[in-house]
Design a protein around this ligand. Sequence first.
Ligand code: FUL
Length: 481
Amino acid sequence: MKNICFLLLSLVMLFSCSQVKPPDPFGPVPSERQLAWHEMEYYMFVHFTVNTFTDKEWGYGDEKESVFNPTELDCRQWARVARDAGMKGIIITAKHHDGFCLWPSKFTEHSVKNSIWKNGKGDVLRELRSACDEYGLKFGVYLSPWDRNSSFYGTPEYLTYYRNQLRELLTEYGDIFEVWFDGANGGDGYYGGTRETRKIDNKTYYDWTNTHKIVRELQPSAVMFSDAGPDVRWVGNESGMGSLTNWCLLKKDEMYPGGDFAKILGEGQEDGNYWVPVEVDVSIRPGWFYHKSQDSLVRSPENLMEIYYASVGRNSCLLLNVPPDRRGLLNEKDVMSLLGFRKLREKEFANDLAKGKQVIASSFRGKGYEASNVNDGNPESFWTTNDTQLSGEITVDLGAETEVNRIVLQEYIKLGQRVQEFTVSAFNNGDWKTILEGTTIGHKIIRKFPVVKTDRIKVTVARSKACPLISNLELYRSPGN
Ligand code: FUL
């Protein structure tokens, strides 16, 4: 018996000695809700309200409810198109700056309940919610803090009004994946008939801390977007351009929605003390709302592809706005473009040349952290080095001369964003040639480079805040430039 115990003990000791200690997290790390959001990558924004019918971008708040009258509203069409386009969810303007609510809110008369659409019995949000469920999409809401209709706007009572509406949205429409808080606060408006300019102090008026608590309490899995988070930040422009250097980190306590932080928001802050990644919001048309005059100005599939590289390809999620027309349908022109864009993506990333190929590292941490983890298709495995080693190389052996012009890289962000500088090189005529230089990686980067013919591609992490953790590497020969 004694001998068996000794044997067992020795085996346990041997086993625990051979176990390699996993790296510790470094700096801020994403929450569960943020991780789920990172995975979404591409989803739809829907701007729809009285503006669709008055041909405006910002409604004054005095429009008659009767103007809202879509003739063929079909949220299932929106959801079907979103799914077919490869999107993972839809965020809708439940209330834009005009204050008109697409759901029959108890707290205002300025809503669908006083429109002629469905004799005032309709609820766009409810229809969209069930369409999202049917097509396997997540559902999110935009609730404009600025309300040009409400007589309360600018007074402390408005906060109660705003939070009541938020509670309606968060309790009556199932699971919400994202709540979108806009930073715009223009000034003039109808405000219950006073037709005046009301200015508020962006920093203090909204008491965001307490509004955020409501979202956390009622929808703990939802991420909150605003210029400065708390969970997801604005990219700092509306043209679809993410920044090449993009830290998921931010000193968010020093910022507030509507402030002047565009450059910082694009790049994030290397020494930021919170995880607040970027969402790139951009419209498929010049305006956020539908205008017939813009039917010829819908972005082409090729243009959307550029945006994709500049957003999803730069460690961001892409929130692409597709505004329904006066029928209440996504316009044929937009639909064609979206589906064309999907086809382009499929061609662009048709065949991962790194898949199944041998990958070797200059060094690795030990068993379980080999370079072969970067192309095993498992997002939970990664290549890394010893704690003291803040650089390293991995080389993909393509087996034969192969043309390559795209690379996808991902860090294992659950343990923090680390890489500060990297290069990609190709073995060519007996020598290594640098084909790409970069800074940050984060959740994902997709980078283009001119076609190289090579049998080996090497990724060198030149600088990293802590041992680099690379979970994925893909290579493509895309037909594009
Ligand atoms: C801005 C708004 O003023 C625009 O109308 C639009 O909703 C855009 C997404 O955000 O701040």
